[in-house]
Design a binder for this molecule. Structure first.
Ligand SMILES: [Zn+2]
Length: 100
């Protein structure tokens, strides 16, 4: 199980956005857990002035509904998980029902 369903403990979330007719994949950090907050990158506030840049990862909840993502991930996981365990059961049954 994951302690954070929004990013599945990865600390970041990929999302797609349409820019001028093309789909691009972006990454946002998860602002719902510690794993995500430690991955937060903001080039604008780096200590060394010469390393500063305009790039930064936005928090996911600023872009998408983080609670919604968490809910979807949880449901998908539960669904995948139950399918996988059903398959395991079928396999076991098949083994047990073999005549030899
Ligand atoms: Zn998270």
């Amino acid at each position: 199980m994951f302690s954070c369903w929004v990013c599945m403990d990865k600390g970041h979330v990929f999302y797609r956005q349409r820019v001028r007719g093309n789909d691009y994949e972006f990454v946002a950090y998860c602002d719902k857990c510690d794993a995500g907050r430690s991955q937060h990158y903001d080039g604008r506030i780096l200590d060394k002035k010469h390393e500063r840049n305009p790039y930064y990862t936005p928090p996911i909840s600023q872009i998408l509904d983080a609670n919604e993502i968490g809910r979807e991930n949880k449901e998908k996981y539960k669904k995948d998980h139950s399918e996988a365990s059903n398959l395991e059961m079928l396999k076991k049954k098949e083994v047990l029902s073999r005549p030899w």
